[in-house]
Write a new protein. Structure first.
Length: 223
């Protein structure tokens, strides 16, 4: 199992668009890898169609997208036609690659198995893992859903926006934060430094403990 902050393992794999070296494919971009139990399954079909629809958002954030399912390349290519039909996707081709993992080696090595859900051979199927990897190839987010629960990709985009914001600025995002809403100064920044940066825009909340640790500021911009 890869831990947050560790370099995400490199691997070479076959996909519906040819063989890839994962690190080379990622280059200096952010990336998201998400796994699926099997081709031609209902929840997976809805998820891959949703991601295809959200590709403009991932592209806006400079994020490369890749999926993995424990089936062959030929199976993926046939399944893509179902995904496009369900999602009413009319464009030629498919907007992101799907890795073939027939041997389940990647699913096992990355700790993506769901012991509560078994396949026809009685083996644990691949869980719905989400890995967000930064341009230094370090894992910045890991979410593991059970095989039967579809993911909320709007939430994943929200998290990527938070990660990228906090990468550039010394802020943290509060519960349910959305792009454009106020954020908080991280505890490692002194009041003096924070006041130099934000001035009167920083509001320190009064709390029963008397500790001035909730310092609210407008979301920083890159301009």
């Amino acid at each position: 199992m890869v831990l947050l902050g560790e370099v995400f393992p490199n691997f070479i794999a076959k996909t519906n668009v040819g063989e890839i070296d994962f690190h080379k494919w990622l280059g200096d971009s952010w990336g998201i890898l998400f796994s699926h139990p099997n081709d031609f399954t209902p929840v997976c079909t809805t998820e891959l169609a949703k991601v295809a629809k959200l590709m403009p958002e991932f592209q806006r954030l400079g994020v490369k997208v890749i999926a993995i399912s424990c089936n062959s390349v030929d199976s993926h290519r046939q399944w893509i036609e179902d995904i496009k039909s369900y999602g009413e996707i009319s464009e030629n081709g498919f907007p992101y690659p799907i890795i073939a993992d027939e041997t389940r080696d990647l699913a096992i090595n990355l700790g993506m198995l769901d012991p509560a859900e078994l396949n026809s051979q009685g083996l644990p199927v691949s869980a719905r893992a989400v890995f967000v990897i930064d341009p230094q190839k370090k894992m910045r987010l890991s979410i593991l859903y059970p095989a039967t629960t579809g993911r909320n990709f709007d939430e994943i985009i929200r998290v990527i926006e938070s990660l990228q914001l906090t990468e550039k600025h010394n802020v943290a995002t509060p519960a349910n934060w959305k792009k454009g809403e106020p954020v908080m100064v991280v505890p490692t920044i002194s009041d003096e430094e924070a006041k130099k940066t934000y001035g009167s825009n920083m509001k320190t909340l009064s709390l029963p403990s008397g500790k001035p640790y909730l310092r609210i500021v407008p979301q920083p911009t890159d301009s």
